[in-house]
Design a protein around this ligand. Structure first.
Ligand SMILES: Cc1cc2nc3c(=O)[nH]c(=O)nc-3n(C[C@H](O)[C@H](O)[C@H](O)COP(=O)(O)OP(=O)(O)OC[C@H]3O[C@@H](n4cnc5c(N)ncnc54)[C@H](O)[C@@H]3O)c2cc1C
Length: 376
């Protein structure tokens, strides 16, 4: 089980894995790392992503290095938010030789334009990765945030919000169906019926996001070949008591309550009542109608987490211990959002940086290099 989880963890994306030289060198993970190195570009040695080293632009991506991996004290796989923060902090210890490996080449210019990076979905930039089709969802796939507690998905923690409402200043019609429609994977036929008539009209969108879904996805290896893309099963709305759907409906009701307030009514705000194709046989605005709409149009905001959960060795679903070391392996840690033990009530980039920072402190402490200034 542990091995399976670990393999799953590796196959997720190999996010910010870190390999540390141990007294007996790399040992049994040497082959694994050699495999990763063969697939990766070498970004920078002693990388310091927040700072420019000696005025040099550290964002260059040399594609090869003559150095043997054995010359490095730390090998960081993935220049992710966590991996970059980690590299930055470890590079503060001058005597350490660090390398960051990143898959792929130069980033697309689209990554520098807000929101447009989502257009890189299903291209080489995300390895063209797709989730597996499943029956129960995606049958057809900021301005403000507010958090809502429904007591549906997480009754044990009465103060943790379980739904986030995201208010977007626009609709899929705002850009004539060019980008937003694609980002949310709205089928063209659905767009033509629901949003096309709204082109040229002012509008906003309220998205409901579950923070603690009951339904849990999983990843499976496609084959024994590590170069084969894994199979991703999102498993949305698979909980037998349908709590996730009910929580979304509670979010919709809260959105409607907000829209009905005098402040919004000053602008004549109203919910678009054109039925979603596929749901026209339900009475609009009933819970049954919304369940149908949810199952037709739900997508992902890409906050996958907890793929290499932190937990004690006795927990068969845990991959890393409290110091982020992979159970049963020497010299290998996972330091990224995969280690979060259970879903959090937040988006993940901020926490990813925090995990990188914390991971760096743990490593420095273990190697006797943690200074009091590191903790300020
Ligand atoms: C389209 C999109 C929009 C998002 N929007 C937001 C948002 O608005 N706010 C927010 O908070 N979060 C957002 N997220 C989520 C957030 O980006 C992630 O949760 C966060 O980046 C996770 O960070 P990480 O450090 O765990 O790893 P990741 O960011 O997943 O990084 C993993 C890195 O490892 C690299 N890698 C993988 N395999 C290898 C290999 N074999 N060799 C070398 N390198 C490898 C990858 O290329 C990647 O750079 C979004 C995610 C996506 C996909």
């Amino acid at each position: 089980m542990l091995l399976e989880l670990f393999l799953q963890a590796l196959s997720v994306l190999l996010l910010a894995l870190i390999v540390e030289k141990t007294p007996d060198n790399l040992g049994p993970i040497a082959d694994l790392i050699t495999g990763i190195v063969n697939k990766s570009s070498i970004i920078s040695e002693n990388l310091s992503p927040y700072r420019q080293n000696d005025g040099k632009d550290i964002s260059v991506f040399p594609t090869s290095s003559s150095e043997s991996i054995e010359t490095y004290d730390f090998i960081i796989v993935g220049a992710s938010p966590s991996g970059s923060a980690l590299a930055n902090r470890l590079s503060e210890v001058g005597k350490w030789n660090i390398i960051v490996l990143e898959a792929g080449g130069m980033p697309s210019p689209l990554t520098t334009i807000p929101v447009q990076c989502t257009l890189l979905s299903f291209t080489a930039y995300d390895w063209g990765a797709h989730t597996e089709p499943q029956e129960q969802h995606c049958r057809g796939n900021v301005e403000a945030l507010t958090y809502v507690k429904t007591n549906l998905t997480d009754p044990e923690h009465p103060t943790w919000p379980d739904i986030e409402l995201i208010f977007l200043a626009g609709t899929p019609a705002t850009d004539f169906g060019l980008y937003i429609r694609q980002i949310f994977n709205i089928p063209k036929e659905t767009f033509n019926v629901v949003w096309k008539p709204l082109i040229g009209k002012p509008g906003f969108t309220v998205l409901t996001q579950l923070m603690h879904p009951i339904s849990v996805g999983y990843i499976r290896l496609r084959s024994k070949d590590s170069l084969d893309e894994p199979r991703y099963f999102t498993n949305f709305f698979s909980d037998p008591e349908n709590i996730d759907v009910r929580a979304h409906i509670a979010g919709i009701r809260e959105g409607q309550r907000i829209v009905s307030q005098p402040t919004m009514q000053r602008y004549g705000a109203r919910i678009v009542d054109t039925p979603i194709p596929g749901c026209a046989n339900f009475t609009f605005d009933t819970d049954e109608y919304w369940e149908c709409a949810i199952r037709e149009l739900t997508g992902s905001l890409w906050h996958q987490q907890s793929t290499c959960k932190m937990g004690p060795k006795e927990d068969k679903t845990a991959v890393v211990d409290a110091k982020l070391r992979v159970h049963g392996l020497k010299g290998l840690r996972v330091i990224d959002t995969g280690v979060i033990p259970r879903s959090i009530s937040a988006h993940l980039t901020g926490p990813a940086y925090m995990i990188g920072e914390k991971g760096a402190d743990i490593i420095k402490q273990d190697w006797g290099e943690l200074r009091s200034s590191d903790q300020s």
